[in-house]
Design a protein around this ligand. Structure first.
Ligand SMILES: [Mn+2]
Length: 360
């Protein structure tokens, strides 16, 4: 019944009404306002990311800041694993609307109990937690190793499960960027599925592709254009296409083993260190890498410095104020971040303590 009202404007309604009811028609504008703005409440939609360690937390901060810089109207949520340091959490609070600690296996239900026997799927299960964000009607999940280049709020017009093709096997979607509808029921089903079938690639992408197994064939509107999840692998495997369409890219995904935070940045020269400018499928595109570091150095690093105070941490940024600049110690310190990614965190911590690690 309410749906019929906007068809008429006030004068038409007045003509239809008997004279004795005319005054009440004046109250119509409130109804009109409701119907004329069918946009969903922006506050019930969110971009969601996940950080399982301090490095990914930095990635999440850069991603969150890139969404803010492009004026998203949606909420920003970060899910945190238990190993993220407190100062990183504090810094995340300044960028994200919600910082949610995820206790990986805590509910003790049948699906979780079965999953306890699969510690290899730990991070995957943490990511699946995004379906429990039922305070939101629709969300876009983005990996912490993605960077937003322009406003992408239009993704909320898509339905679950929308994602872009994976560059390695395009009949699978890449789970670095996807649209979903939070639901405790779906979450439970995903956990059960995970416990029973495992993951064909050992990660969340395998689980999600097996669960949403009609993605490749059922509904083309659920195929996001590649520009919403552009990876370096794709750039160098089809360079002419990148030259033709690359300028439209909206989201860059630093897919692969080496992440932006594994490099270091010379803030004086504005250069990323340890990265070759020559096109190599193993390397990421230098322009995007530079954009990541510029955003990190200008917007994220100040937050981290505030949160850490006098406590030492690896900034990844070299500058003139470093007391070790130009020395072998500086070289060693600036590359420790890369080393940290390859070593177990306990040995990295030990190394940091041994050489009296300072801010570099
Ligand atoms: Mn990723």
């Amino acid at each position: 019944m309410w749906g019929l009202i906007p068809v008429f404007d006030c004068s038409q309604l007045l003509l239809l009404c008997p004279s004795q009811c005319k005054p009440s028609v004046l109250s119509i504008p409130t109804t009109d306002a409701r119907v004329d703005s069918p946009q969903p409440t922006m506050s019930d939609q969110a971009f969601v990311t996940l950080a399982t360690n301090d490095n990914y937390a930095k990635g999440a901060m850069v991603l969150g800041q890139s969404l803010r810089n492009h004026n998203t109207t949606r909420k920003l949520v970060v899910l945190l694993g238990p190993h993220v340091a407190e100062p990183c959490r504090d810094a995340l609070h300044s960028i994200f609307d919600e910082v949610i600690m995820v206790n990986v296996m805590d509910s003790g239900d049948a699906a979780n109990l079965a999953l306890m026997k699969r510690p290899d799927l730990g991070v995957t299960i943490t990511k699946l937690h995004c379906w429990t964000l039922v305070q939101y009607s629709k969300c876009v999940f983005m990996d912490a190793d993605t960077l937003v280049l322009s406003n992408i709020d239009e993704l909320f017009e898509r339905e679950e499960l929308s994602a872009a093709p994976d560059p390695g096997w395009p009949d699978c979607f890449n789970s670095g960027v996807f649209v979903f509808r939070p639901s405790n029921e779906t979450h439970k089903q995903l956990l059960t599925f995970c416990a029973e079938k495992g993951s064909f690639d050992g990660g969340d992408q395998g689980v999600l592709n097996s669960y949403f197994n009609t993605w490749a064939t059922a509904d083309i509107s659920k195929h996001l254009p590649f520009i919403y999840n552009l990876s370096s692998i794709a750039i160098y495997s089809y360079l002419p296409a990148f030259k033709q369409y690359g300028h439209d890219a909206k989201v860059v995904h630093f897919l692969g083993k080496v992440k932006p935070w594994n490099y270091s940045y010379d803030s004086q020269r504005g250069e990323v260190r340890g990265h070759s400018a020559s096109p190599d499928p193993c390397h990421m595109h230098p322009d995007y890498l530079l954009q990541w570091w510029q955003l990190y150095a200008t917007s994220v690093l100040p937050l981290l410095q505030k949160a850490y105070g006098d406590a030492p941490f690896s900034t990844g940024v070299m500058d003139q104020s470093s007391p070790y600049r130009g020395s072998w110690m500086h070289f060693l310190l600036s590359h420790l971040m890369c080393l940290g990614a390859a070593l177990p965190s306990s040995s990295f911590k030990l190394l940091k303590t041994r050489i009296n690690f300072t801010r570099t």
